[in-house]
Design a protein around this ligand. Sequence first.
Ligand SMILES: [Zn+2]
Length: 266
Amino acid sequence: MRYIDPHIHMVSRTTDDYQRMAQAGCVAVTEPAFWAGFDRSSAQGFYDYYRQLTEYEPKRAAQFGIQHFTWLCINPKEADDPGFAREVIAIIPEFLEQKTVLGIGEIGLNKNTKNELIILEEQIALAEKYNQMVLVHTPHLEDKLKGTRIIMDAISASSIEPGRVLIDHVEEHTVSEVLDKGFWAGMTLYPDTKCTPERAADIIEMYGTERLWMNSAGDWGCSDPLAVPKARLEMARRGHSTETIDTVTFGNPQNFLGQCDNFRIK
Ligand SMILES: [Zn+2]
């Protein structure tokens, strides 16, 4: 069995995690640029982070037979100062030429502020200009539905096809609107809070497997880099076929990500 974890922040995980993921069947990860647990003090801090994502992390993953791909952006948590955010956005294009970059992400909203929206729109324009796919972060606060709608409207106002956009962190109350508009939807699995492996299995039973994937979003906080294989076990326990399980944990991510020529499973 093999699986892809399409959203995990490996820069904050240990090599032991890579080893355990490889043992559990992980063959590829994609890592969106995100907050590092603290606000960076300069655009240069992001420059170094993008180098880590594009140069260093693929080599670390390769030691365990895992392919590592990445998405670049300034995340919504650090995008509330437009002047600072624009300095960071200006350094992204040179990194888009790297062979493991899949697109712009994870962009979106955190507290649904005006400034966050301005920078979201400018990064959607960046994706348009460079013909990039997009990976979207939706707010974890009580404003998730409202934030998801604002983000979908901003993308729909651009020329980017919804089939080239994945909207992540969907839950029971947002998944159907996301899928109905033609976007892909990601379920982020957390150990206790938000979407657990059990709730993800429920969502698949309610909405089917089309354009749906799951990921661990493992990062520096409470999270589980083995959440995807645990969800596979939960689905198997409920009697789902191997084919269905493979669709949401391997086939779907491969199909979505494969729209970018840089994504090829060896
Ligand atoms: Zn993330």
